[in-house]
Design a binder for this molecule. Structure first.
Ligand SMILES: Nc1ncnc2c1ncn2[C@@H]1O[C@H](COP(=O)(O)OP(=O)(O)O)[C@@H](O)[C@H]1O
Ligand SMILES: [Mg+2]
Length: 607
């Protein structure tokens, strides 16, 4: 197995103090109480065994003589009380621990979600990101609590083991030694098995992700229509089964190994137990101990071995879980964008829209762009200055790089080489536009929330401004659709969450996305094929408003409807990631180049 999959023990254990520090932060009081309870619960087994020995010794005479039963009663009471007390302490500490651990888990879950917002968009482009995310989530949901639970048990288990060691060694120092030896195979075995499990899980993760993808396809709404129509179900089921079988096979083999080797380890453990019992028996036979002490000894031996196994087990679980927790921290420590927006803990890094500043000039200087994991440039040496308030139409074939250029402009990606300057300063991601960039993306979002929120998300601080929301809806022409919805702006869209949820047509969703972009008081507006799903009438509504909407803003408009490029101050033609022509509409037509040819071809269809 590759070594990098399994960090060194030292590196892994370094996460434990970090976790404890976080736990201390969220549950200081709980942790103190749990520590005190740990001490008590570590000592209770010894008290229980001592009470048992006394009880038996006080009970034995009852068989022969006419000793009063009452003489054994105080020991009986003590025996019951020590057991009861042990249970109470255990329950109490579990309850308190659970509270503290849940609080930590909730906090880490929050940090995990916040983290995504601070990562550069390019992070989301690699399978490595999704693998790590899945690992981090798995660590959070499956390993955090077992790690903390086991860690908390280490102290009481150690106290029990030490106390019982003294007790068991009182019989003979060989007893604990033999018992310890007997547990060694079990410990080694478990540690090895856990490591194998970890490595296997790690290897299987990509296949597991493919499996959940197919399972999602089979049950989710977006794919349902095509799966029915193209009769894809049995093909997908077949692929699913293949993946499932390959995953299950390894797991089943591992599981049967575990059982077989476990039985072998048990054998050694009980062999040592038997040997020590013989020792105890011989001490009884020689009259060196009473029958009560004999019972106490046996109980102590059993308890010692159990505690020892538990202690080793706890340590092994913590050790193993640190492998997973390493993933959680690796995710939380991923490199962020240079000027990441702060989240719940801090202030918004984005300036409020009321902050009046002139529209910035944006300048692409020799910008080239290549997507992560790809060998070829999507954009090559782009030099383009968008002057304040300028309206640029970007045209080009599918795959020419228009969408990529839009996203670079908005600071969503960093160029592979070259610079993007905003008012002469190197861009620092989305915040370079000071919260004054807005866009209708080609792949716009359909939020399954209310209509109001679908528009209001464009400027979240103005979500309650009903008049402004209605104005944005009117500009994009979606207002008539909204008026027909049963609860108007409060209608929930999508059908996954609300019985009365409504769905919209593709074009209506797009108009809503346009309204969302218009809702923001933007300096820089990017419209990436904003009318691709609209009918001719709706498209006219959008472009008729173009003058008004673009007033006082820089606009980058991508459209395949070349007629609308007349609205722009300048047309930029992209071909295979390079700017091949630019100029006004009439200049480009006169030039009779790429644009003129594209225009002529499109015009054929409209005569
Ligand atoms: N997220 C991505 N990761 C890798 N390659 C991409 C990604 N998005 C687009 N591409 C590639 O970049 C090229 C340009 O894409 P895009 O900018 O979307 O073009 P356009 O908007 O002009 O159709 C395409 O050939 C596509 O294969
Ligand atoms: Mg595109």
């Amino acid at each position: 197995m590759p070594k990098r999959l399994d960090n060194t023990v030292k590196m892994r254990w370094a996460h434990v103090p970090r976790l404890m520090a976080l736990l201390w932060k969220v549950g200081r009081r709980e942790l103190t109480v749990v520590a005190a309870l740990a001490l008590i619960s570590g000592l209770t087994p010894i008290a229980q065994i001592a009470a048992l020995a006394r009880f038996i010794d006080s009970a034995v005479p009852l068989m022969k003589s006419s000793a009063p039963v009452a003489s054994a009663l105080p020991w009986l009471a003590l025996l019951v009380v020590t057991h009861l007390f042990g249970h109470l302490v255990l329950r109490l500490s579990i309850w308190i621990q659970d509270n503290a651990q849940e609080a930590l888990k909730a906090r880490l879950q929050e940090r995990l979600l916040e983290k995504a917002a601070r990562l550069p968009l390019a992070s989301f482009e690699t399978p490595a990101y999704y693998n790590l995310l899945q690992q981090a989530q798995k660590a959070l949901h499956e390993h955090l609590l077992t790690l903390l639970g086991s860690l908390m048990e280490v102290a009481p288990s150690t106290i029990s083991v030490l106390g019982l060691l003294v007790y068991a060694a009182a019989g003979s120092p060989w007893f604990p030694l033999l018992l310890m030896l007997g547990t060694v195979p079990a410990v080694i075995l478990r540690v090895r098995l856990m490591r194998t499990m970890f490595l296997v899980e790690r290897e299987q993760l990509p296949a597991e992700r493919s499996l959940s993808y197919i399972e999602d396809l089979l049950v989710s709404r977006p794919a349902a229509a095509e799966i029915k129509l193209f009769a894809l179900q049995s093909h997908l089921m077949g692929r699913r089964l293949q993946l499932y079988d390959s995953l299950a096979e390894t797991r089943i083999t591992l599981e049967s190994d575990r059982v077989k080797q476990g039985l072998r380890a048990d054998f050694f453990q009980y062999l040592s137990f038997g040997a020590v019992l013989i020792g105890v028996l011989s001490r009884l036979a020689h009259g060196r101990i009473t029958i009560g002490q004999c019972a106490g000894n046996i109980s102590a031996i059993l308890e010692f071995q159990r505690s020892l196994v538990t202690l080793f087990w706890r340590i092994a679980v913590v050790d193993n879980d640190t492998r997973y927790i390493a993933d959680l921290f690796a995710y939380l420590d991923l490199e962020e964008t240079s000027a990441a927006p702060k989240t719940t803990d801090g202030e918004d890094a984005v300036t409020k829209s009321s902050d009046k500043r002139p529209v910035p000039e944006i300048c692409f200087e020799n910008v080239s762009m290549r997507y992560p994991g790809s060998e070829t440039n999507v954009l090559t040496e782009i030099n383009l200055t968008i002057r304040p308030g300028e309206r640029i139409a970007l045209v080009g074939e599918n795959g020419a790089g228009k969408t990529t250029l839009c996203k670079l402009l908005l600071g969503l990606y960093e160029p592979t080489s070259g610079r993007i300057l905003v008012d002469g300063e190197a861009s620092t991601g989305v915040s370079a536009l000071r919260g004054r960039g807005a866009a209708v993306f080609q792949e716009f979002m359909r939020y399954e929330v209310t209509v109001r929120e679908n528009i209001g998300f464009g400027e979240i601080s103005a979500l309650d401004d009903g008049a402004r929301i209605r104005a944005a809806a009117a500009r994009s022409g979606v207002d008539a659709t909204i008026d027909r919805l049963p609860e108007g702006y409060d209608t929930i869209l999508g059908k996954s969450f609300d019985e009365n949820g409504r769905d919209l047509s593709g074009g209506e969703w797009q108009k809503l996305a346009v309204a969302r972009a218009y809702f923001r008081e933007a300096d820089v507006l990017v419209l990436d094929e904003p009318t691709s799903a609209l009918d001719a009438k709706a498209e006219v509504v959008i472009y008729r408003q173009f003058e008004e909407i673009s007033a006082g803003k820089s606009v980058l408009l991508v459209s395949h409807r070349l007629g609308c490029t007349k609205l722009a101050d300048r047309i930029v033609v992209l071909e295979q990631g390079r700017i091949v022509e630019q100029g006004t509409y009439s200049e480009l037509i006169a030039q009779d180049g790429v644009f003129a040819r594209m225009y002529a071809m499109q015009a054929q269809w409209y005569v």
